[in-house]
Design a protein around this ligand. Structure first.
Ligand SMILES: *[C@@H]1O[C@H](CO)[C@@H](O)[C@H](O)[C@H]1NC(C)=O
Ligand SMILES: *[C@@H]1O[C@H](CO)[C@@H](O)[C@H](O)[C@H]1NC(C)=O
Ligand SMILES: *[C@@H]1O[C@H](CO)[C@@H](O)[C@H](O)[C@H]1NC(C)=O
Length: 167
């Protein structure tokens, strides 16, 4: 019985952890294995193409991996001009994580000389909760994911209920 309790306890912790990960810390890696680099000249829109194919939500984060470079969040105007003189976020650690704490557009550029002009820049559109529910009808994949989450919540609820009876 003790072993059963221990197992159950771990199961609850494990499921809660999974739940936490699903909701709050989904992380996107910019540029896949290449990371944050100057894109090839025949593919200069690679970051914006990638960003528009993904669905960013408040609470999600993006990770930039790079060498001898930097990542800056700037205003829309500075993004257009590749002006890196007054970023609202700056990092040059080589491994930067930026978390989206509100919806709207986020403008990122490289701070290395000439890189932004060559296409190392990206606009990320982060959806608000309203936009999410409006657009969720369009994508079956997304609906399936949502269903997965609510199932998870249900399972967790049951687990907590069972746990409360046992302990
Ligand atoms: C760009 O050029 C490289 C090498 O010439 C090629 O392998 C790649 O498919 C091209 N990419 C695009 C998007 O055209
Ligand atoms: C960048 O913006 C600052 C302040 O708005 C301005 O003084 C500077 O000349 C700009 N630099 C470039 C390269 O446009
Ligand atoms: C989001 O984060 C930025 C920088 O950390 C901060 O200045 C801003 O107040 C935050 N916004 C919200 C809505 O929490």
């Amino acid at each position: 019985m003790a072993a059963f309790k221990a197992t159950l306890c771990w199961l609850v912790i494990f499921i809660s952890l999974g739940n936490f990960l699903v909701f709050s810390s989904f992380e996107f890696q910019v540029g896949g294995t290449q990371g944050w680099v100057v894109p090839p000249s025949n593919d200069s829109k690679v970051y914006n193409d990638w960003a528009s194919e993904n669905r960013f939500q408040v609470g999600n984060a993006i990770r930039f991996k790079y060498k001898k470079d930097s990542v800056l969040k700037v205003t829309k105007e500075d993004y257009k001009k590749c002006n890196s003189s007054h970023p609202t976020y700056f990092s040059n650690t080589g491994n930067s994580v930026y978390m989206f704490n509100h919806s709207g557009s986020f403008y990122f550029i490289s701070g290395a000389a000439g890189h932004c002009e060559k296409g190392q820049r990206m606009i990320v559109k982060v959806m608000s909760a309203d936009e999410e529910s409006l657009s969720s009808g369009k994508s079956d994949g997304y609906r399936a994911a949502e269903l997965g989450v609510s199932k998870l919540v249900f399972v967790q609820f049951v687990m907590f209920y069972v746990a409360s009876l046992v302990f």
